[in-house]
Design a protein around this ligand. Structure first.
Ligand code: AHR
Length: 496
């Protein structure tokens, strides 16, 4: 099969935002304990943070990290996690039916974020708590000195304020599973009041209201309309969450999951614009896509313990990703980049062990899942402006979305080089692809993630026999770059 991609750097969507390459650390399973933090591990530093995990976080090019949840935050008392570790309480974490030892809290996370070189994005509990507790943590984090919470932070060892900019006003408050689940009207009010008060401490905060936990939520659309109508003046972004996995509809449908993300972003964007029009305002609100990934949500690793079993850091949501999963992740990143005008921040969920690109064995090695590679390469090479790519090629007939292009692509353009990211979502057919480029480009390299067996998964014993390999078919002849894209593959082409 044959396809053509056309690229003209004049057709920019907006700047590549570093915040597109965010991630997420939740107190869930082994993300924190035996994930980022494991005192006694051979690579642990004096604060108990695993050096091998930190190295991979930096290699992956993660820009921001959302913390501490997730569903966890809706039952969290942030004060439990500060002060002398030996006097911190152990609490039931009802979201994941686990015991939270509170050895890691706000100060430890901030120290870790500094070491990892990432911007922290904090979430407050608007499920079981309210405005006052939100104010307390903002004061603790951002006020330099003099007030009670600021002085407590200084006593706890952090002289300088953390000056956290991005704050999520709760988590998935539209979800009936959420502690303190609310109607859109109830949530719109509390989010507005929390935001208004938080800005009295620090007017420069960037605040994210909860949008929908998925496009399939019954309240999707109406939730955004009501929340935005109430909170528009007080917030900067509204969130979107989406998880994809191979369902009974099969591999081909799974491979085009990014179509759903495209439509999700477009529909939330349209709702933002409709509310802005009704309010007669020119203020822009962005989307914080602060949970996205492949997650086999209905399988065993995602089932929390039950009954009297309240373990600390059980193995939960430890999905092992295939090559096909990695191609979908690469495609989701293409979708996020393509919408850089709408999506101002994004967080892959999650970072370590829990539906994660980085796995860490307790007392043992770290290893990279297949999904690590498209993330790391996109983060490292996307810079300058995002440029739309016109795709002209075979389509795939799908049950969910009708006919969709087999290839999906986006490009980024900077003075010192460009990159094209392209997926072949066809389950069986290779694509002989011609890419029409502007004059004067030269090919630096073409790298492809693919395996004869798309179900291949990395493990602690072997995380390198499938990675991203040079695509030897790539040739540039004048302005036409030709390359063969195997079925179920993700490719990055860099140009000078
Ligand atoms: O990322 C795992 C969970 O998915 C988060 O805790 C929750 O916000 C979402 O439902």
């Amino acid at each position: 099969m044959e396809a053509t991609l056309r690229i003209d750097p004049a057709f920019t969507v907006g700047p590549v935002r570093r915040r597109t390459f965010g991630s997420f650390v939740e107190h869930l399973g082994r993300c924190v304990y035996t994930g980022i933090y494991e005192p006694g591990h051979p690579t642990a530093d004096e604060q108990g943070f695993r050096g091998d995990v930190l190295d991979l976080v930096r290699e992956m090019g993660v820009s921001t990290v959302r913390y501490p949840g997730g569903n966890f935050v809706s039952g969290y008392r942030w004060e439990d996690g500060i002060g002398p570790v030996e006097s911190r309480p152990k609490r039931l974490d009802l979201a994941w039916h686990s015991l939270e030892p509170n050895e890691v809290g706000t100060d430890e996370f901030m120290a870790w974020a500094k070491k990892a070189g990432v911007e922290p994005m904090m979430a407050i509990n608007l499920g079981t708590r309210g405005v006052l507790e939100a104010l307390d943590i903002v004061e603790y984090c951002n006020v330099p000195a003099g007030s009670d919470w600021a002085e407590r932070r200084r006593t706890n060892g952090a002289d300088d304020p953390y000056r956290v900019k991005m704050w999520c006003l709760g988590n998935e408050m539209d979800g009936p599973w959420q502690m303190g689940h609310k109607t859109p009207a109830e949530y719109g009010r509390i989010a507005t009041e929390a935001a208004r008060a938080m800005r009295m401490i620090d007017p420069d905060l960037e605040l994210v209201a909860c949008g929908s936990s998925g496009r399939g939520m019954e309240t999707f659309g109406e939730w955004e309309r009501v929340v935005l109508t109430e909170a528009y003046d007080q917030i900067d972004m509204i969130s979107a969450h989406a998880y994809y996995w191979e369902k009974d509809s099969g591999l081909q449908e799974f491979l085009v999951s990014a179509e759903d993300m495209d439509r999700f972003i477009d529909q939330v964007g349209a709702t933002i614009d409709a509310v802005a029009a009704a309010r007669k305002t020119d203020k822009k609100i962005g989307i914080s896509f602060d949970e996205w990934n492949v997650w086999y949500i209905d399988r065993d690793p995602s089932k929390p313990p039950t009954g009297d079993d309240w373990p600390i850091a059980p193995r939960l949501l430890e999905d092992n990703y295939s090559v096909a999963d990695a191609v979908v992740v690469g495609n989701l990143l293409i979708s996020l980049l393509r919408h850089t005008d709408r999506v101002w921040s994004a967080s892959q969920a999650q970072l370590v062990n829990v539906i994660a690109p980085i796995m860490a064995e307790p007392g043992g090695p770290v290893w990279k899942q297949t999904t690590f590679h498209p993330f790391a390469l996109t983060s490292a090479n996307a810079r300058g402006d995002v440029v739309r790519v016109l795709v002209d090629g075979p389509t795939i007939e799908t049950g969910q979305f009708g006919d969709v292009q087999a290839l999906d692509a986006v490009a980024t353009w900077a003075d010192d080089g460009a990159a094209v990211f392209v997926v072949n979502r066809h389950a069986t057919e290779a694509m002989q692809t011609e890419i029409e480029l502007p004059a004067g480009c030269s090919l630096v390299q073409a790298l492809t993630l693919h395996h004869e067996d798309h179900t291949w998964k990395a493990s602690a014993d072997d995380d390198s026999s499938v990675g991203v390999e040079p695509n030897e078919t790539a040739r540039l002849d004048d302005r036409i770059l030709s390359v063969t894209l195997p079925p179920i593959s993700w490719t990055m082409i860099t140009l000078a």
